[in-house]
Design a protein around this ligand. Structure first.
Ligand code: ADP
Length: 199
């Protein structure tokens, strides 16, 4: 099966694009969703994170305080590596499990930090959602409860547009309407179906 990795910066439109592919019948494996499920209350991964980061990483209801964790790893590369060494192998294993159950001509794996975490080898093709920074900022401000400064800090810690574009096999330009996005997805869907038959 042809495997397409979908990536892009915060607020670039990855979730929106993956929903559009999903609506065309393409199976979607979303590593963000997997990461969230892996740290559900009672999970082994959450136990390990609590061991390594201390019980203050939990909210009052026993769930992971994601905002707090984000803040810690944002300021501390060592802690970030520690967290990744717990989560990444588990995410890889779950991606492989989900892949093994698919029979479609091609599938999409959403990997927000594909470039940053050097995982380019995981897929046959890399699809980048490219969005002007001003649009990312405006859309995330509307979507999330975060300030422009916080969002800008996240954006500057992520790969640049140029770095992503350099790794891309295909690019979706998300600087227009949702209708235009839909048309680009429809075009790529045909392309990937054709590639999957050729491979
Ligand atoms: P990501 O998953 O990359 O963080 P999302 O798909 O959640 O990004 O998009 C960020 C926000 O912008 C969402 O609220 C989404 O509905 C909105 N959005 C994405 N693309 C467009 C577009 N072309 N026009 C208007 N709003 C958009």
């Amino acid at each position: 099966m042809l495997v397409v990795a979908l990536t892009g910066g915060i607020g670039s439109g990855k979730s929106t694009v993956s929903q559009l592919f999903g609506a065309l019948g393409t199976p979607i494996i979303d590593t963000d969703i997997i990461a969230r499920q892996l740290v559900a209350p009672g999970s082994a991964a959450l136990g390990e994170i609590t061991n390594q980061f201390g019980p203050t990483i939990l909210s009052a209801d026993g769930s992971l305080d994601r905002a707090k964790l984000r803040q810690i790893i944002f300021q501390n590369a060592e802690k970030k590596a520690q967290l990744e060494s717990i989560l990444h192998p588990l995410i890889r294993k779950e991606v492989a499990r989900q892949l093994s159950e698919l029979t479609a001509p091609y599938c999409i794996i959403v990997i927000p930090l594909l470039i940053e975490s050097n995982q380019q080898g995981i897929s046959n093709r890399i699809l980048v959602v490219d969005t002007p920074e001003s649009a990312q900022l405006a859309r995330v401000t509307l979507r999330d409860n975060q300030t422009e400064n916080e969002i800008s800090a996240i954006m500057s810690a992520q790969a640049s547009r140029d770095q992503r574009l350099a790794a891309a096999n295909e690019v979706i330009h998300n600087d227009g309407s949702l209708e235009e996005l839909k048309q680009q997805v429809a075009g790529l869907h045909q392309k990937y179906l054709a590639y999957s038959q050729a491979s």
